[in-house]
Design a protein around this ligand. Sequence first.
Ligand code: VG1
Ligand code: CO
Length: 641
Amino acid sequence: MKLSFGSIVAAFALLSSPSASTDAFVPKQHKAFQPRSVVLSSTTTVADVPTTPIQGMKPGTSGLRKKVEVWQGKEGDKYYVENFIQSLLDTATEKNEGNVPETIIVAGDGRYYNDEAIQIICKVLAGNGVSNIWIPQGGIMSTPAVSSAIRTREGGIADGAIILTASHNPGGPGEDFGIKYNEAFGQPAGEDFTDKLYEKSLEISSFKTIEGASDIDLNAPEGTTYQLTDASTVTIIDPFKEYIDVLKGCFDFEALSKFAKRPGFSLLFDGMHGAGGPFARKVFLEELGLPESCLLRCDPRPDFGKCHPDPNLAYAADLVKKMGLAADGSADPSADIAALPALGAANDGDGDRNLIAGAGCFVTPSDSLALICDNWRAIPHFSKSGGPKGVARSMPSSGALDVVAEALDIPFFSTPTGWKFFGNLMSSKELFDKTDYTPFLCGEESFGTGSDHIREKDGLWAVLAWMSILMKANEDVAEGEPLVQVRDIVNEHWAKYGRHYYCRYDYEGVESDAANKVMDLIREEFVDGDISTILADESGIKLTAAEEFAYTDPVDGSQTSKQGLTLSFEYPSGDPARVVYRLSGTGSAGATIRMYLEKFEGDKAKHDQSAPTALKSLADRALQLVKMEELTGRDSPTVIT
Ligand code: VG1
Ligand code: CO
């Protein structure tokens, strides 16, 4: 039996429409059917189609993100996807000494245009002679699952993966679609690659594709093959296997499934209708035996149920409330803490971000990273090697990790924003034969956490890390006694290391010119200017230093400049604080200014404020110094996380 593309879309729409009856996304609709080989090559021909360069195909922090209509060619550039994929393949081929990559995975986060883009991309890959194309059944895979499959499927033979996602950006008509490329070790392509791709996109004159092929049934049974040309075959693969195996290598699933049944433990996981949902279902329900009721929004939908699939305090509001938290992350005094889930978590659209909360306790991503580091003994991936051998955070993330790394004497790195900058550190031995930093732990303030088990941040990994930490904290607690809670672990951590109050102000959709003016002002007046003449205002907060972050990769020596502007401050008490400014590289229109605020508080008696309250006077001082309102017309941020 072979479905036409129309019926596939219809089947997918049925599964993922809001009216579909349950939360249960079951990609294996064709379970009863056997895999088979479909030969399409007798009717197909390879065509070289003339095209012209399209402006603006420069990938940002993580892939190229544009409005879906741009990708669909509705904005005038008919071959948008084809041009991008041809430029990408030409770059990969050049990097591979002129040989076209042999095996490529094509998978997406299920957002609107996912399935259509997969069909187009397969044809371009086949036209170029990519011999082995792997597509997950249903077309959907979380980004960490793709990274796992590149690294380990069939012994790690994949040359790379084309991942269709705009990650935490909303999806659906009028919203975002995106494509990124991950290379052979599972890591996001670095800037050398994306710069080349961009150059090629400005020189392209034709792309290769195949004509005369009917569409592939993305929901065909695993193992089904489609021979597109004599040289090129698509295989439908199991989305789950490699990823689940990789997670099993990091954690003790047997012990976790026992802990999952312990009275007092419960989990609430919000998939935000992204690609992580089906994977959460596999892990939490099938592997750990947790009940269906622990899952929220775990059926992928093309528009993420109209939500903004970014797991933070603002966009995961429902979960945040269910965890007994107010919108600013502080404990809601009216919540009955004893009745709340012990662990709450959310993932983003492509399943690589995570939000972690305990009952009445929001754990900031920067704190989460530091706590995972300090509690490495709870996580087999680290404990079997005697702890992490290297740790890193993105520069704007808080210094909470730094103090733990120092106390534990672990090599520490501060990198530019974006997961691609962690890749070399994790592969320093296997790719460069240099000092081995694995097991490696790293994270970003933007709700990204992970390790060297793959080369992407990993939403479910973070949840399992926290479940493992809770399990270890309770190993000596007698049955029937109340469990040690996330908030106990966090409070103890702050008492030991001090608290790094942290929050981020985002100004979204600012005009590019205005955003650049803010950055220029900081550069000219503070970084290059004389700050000794700038006096403290009535808050007493004094500007003490200003710098622009540039990075030299410690492994391959590559350099990256203009990665954020930092203003350092001192409170009248002598406590240090800092504010970092960056322009986002993941938006699809206008500019987003991010302002990251951080203040260290060593005094245990002062650890119980909400972060936005503790940072309010610093924020006011910082906004006034950079003339935010005057230059952008904004008197408040779009979102505070
Ligand atoms: C944002 C985050 C960054 C993250 C990137 C990709 O980038 O700040 O930390 O790596 O998104 O995450 P930017 O340039 O907008 O600040 V995802 O989950 O969107 O792939
Ligand atoms: Co993401």
